[in-house]
Design a protein around this ligand. Structure first.
Ligand code: SF4
Length: 444
């Protein structure tokens, strides 16, 4: 089969916000970089433009990446493409967690990271030897993996079209929180990209601000301090404005590394506190449970290094009751956090939490689009679905009220010297504004 072109597609998620899409299609840029130069490649992001089916034909290889909550949209695109004779490969989180579901509407399912099987898929397409399933779960070294090419950087205009370019530095998480997909999608061994490659990629892409995609970058403060020290010293010299990463509360125990991170332009760290209800500890895979007083202390220590803290909280654990929402509000209403993410616990495929929910007959029959962490997809243990919906919607309206967003944004802005505060104004409010769009405006 002669390959006319490869088209990589990101299905619709939330469209444009003030003219730009939220996050650049970073994984697709890296997959595009693996395609030999002689094969034309295009990246279509449905958040920017509608899919154009005209002209699709049998010599086109279509790669669609999808999370669970966009999989229904991915299936529609896949079926339309196949109707026109194209061959469709589905990859990404949902394909990894539920390959048998994706096999219902794709020619090929790519399970796992895909960086090592994608080239094989292209070759097999050219040789008419495609198989229905490819697995890339070796969790091997990240050295030299899918280095972004100049062609991929030309195809995606990260600066013009997106609010947030992404960057991968490490991958994997050894924790096993029972609701999280990280172990199944990224592996339980924490792997590190060579620092030279990280620096080279930032420089070549010319990005000044970015979000780190790593599930638990912060764990490296304890497990790989030498790596971080060298990384931060190298990043300090780059002309960066700011970057953000996810972590856990243990980062607060490393003030010297935090100060280096701040000098390296780390602006905010997103900390998975998950729950202030100590009875939910068993779901947290060995992470330190979060008491309200302990969170205040963690925030104070991280702030002392000049780094902001966005608190990530999950609601709807088995020990949560209507009173838990009131307690959460009493904690958050005057907390020093720079931003707050309040999600609904979600039984993602492949997780122990989903197995438990299925065994107990508590899974709700809802579309996959409900798996966006803003909808209720299971019957909670100590509340009815209606009660949980009522209390969650009450809480997000309180937490993302204009006043609360302004309060946190202004207090965040105070971390900066007055001379640079005008440059930091947007970033100080945009995180919470984005959460409001998802958890209040997008749902209710
Ligand atoms: S620590 Fe974070 S990334 Fe790791 S398993 Fe738990 S929730 Fe997932």
């Amino acid at each position: 089969m002669d390959i006319r072109r490869v088209i990589l597609i990101q299905p619709y998620r939330d469209g444009r916000l003030l003219g730009k899409a939220r996050g650049a299609p970073y994984t697709l840029m890296r997959l595009a970089s693996l395609i030999p130069d002689e094969i034309p490649v295009e990246i279509w992001d449905e958040n920017l433009e509608p899919i154009k089916y005209d002209g699709i034909g049998p010599n086109d290889l279509i790669g669609i990446t999808s999370m669970t909550f966009t999989i229904d949209r991915a299936a529609i695109i896949a079926r339309e493409m196949r109707r026109r004779g194209a061959t469709v490969v589905i990859g990404g989180t949902h394909a990894t967690l539920m390959p048998e579901h994706c096999a219902e509407f794709a020619d090929v399912v790519s399970v796992g990271e895909g960086y090592r099987t994608w080239v094989q898929i292209i070759n097999d397409f050219a040789n008419d030897t495609l198989k229905p399933l490819y697995r890339d779960e070796a969790w091997s070294s990240l050295q030299g993996v899918a280095t972004i090419t100049d062609r991929a950087m030309r195809i995606v205009n990260e600066h013009r079209d997106y609010w947030t370019p992404f960057m991968e530095i490490t991958r994997g998480c050894p924790r096993d929180c029972d609701f999280c997909t990280a172990i199944r999608v990224s592996g339980r061994i924490m792997r590190h990209r060579p620092i030279d490659e990280v620096i080279d990629e930032i420089e070549r892409r010319g990005i000044r601000r970015f979000g780190v995609t790593d599930d638990n970058f912060g764990l490296n403060f304890r497990t790989a301090p030498e790596y971080l020290e060298e990384l931060f010293k190298r990043m300090e010299k780059l002309p960066l404005q700011s970057w953000n990463a996810q972590g856990e509360q243990i980062v607060a125990n490393y003030p010297d590394l935090l100060k280096l991170a701040r000098k390296a332009h780390l602006d905010k760290i997103f900390i998975g506190f998950e729950s202030i209800n100590p009875d939910n500890k068993s779901s947290l895979g060995g992470k330190t449970k979060a008491h309200a007083q302990q969170i205040r202390e963690v925030v104070r220590k991280i702030h002392a290094a000049g780094v902001g803290v966005v608190g990530l909280f999950v609601t709807g654990f088995d020990h949560d009751t209507p009173e838990s929402y009131q307690a959460m509000w009493e904690f958050l209403r005057d907390s020093e956090l720079d931003g707050v993410s309040l999600t609904v616990l979600t039984p993602f495929p492949g997780t122990p939490f989903r197995e438990q929910i299925v065994d107990e007959g508590r899974l709700l029959d809802v579309p996959w689009s409900y798996y966006d962490t803003a909808h209720i997809t299971y019957r909670p243990k100590l509340m009815t679905v209606d009660e949980m919906h009522k209390h969650y919607s009450w809480l997000v309206r309180k937490v993302y009220s204009p006043w609360q967003i302004a309060r946190r944004g202004l207090s965040s802005l105070r971390r900066y010297p007055i001379t640079v505060s005008h440059r930091k104004a947007f970033g100080s409010f945009s995180t919470d504004y984005g959460f409001r769009k998802t958890y209040v405006d997008g749902y209710f």
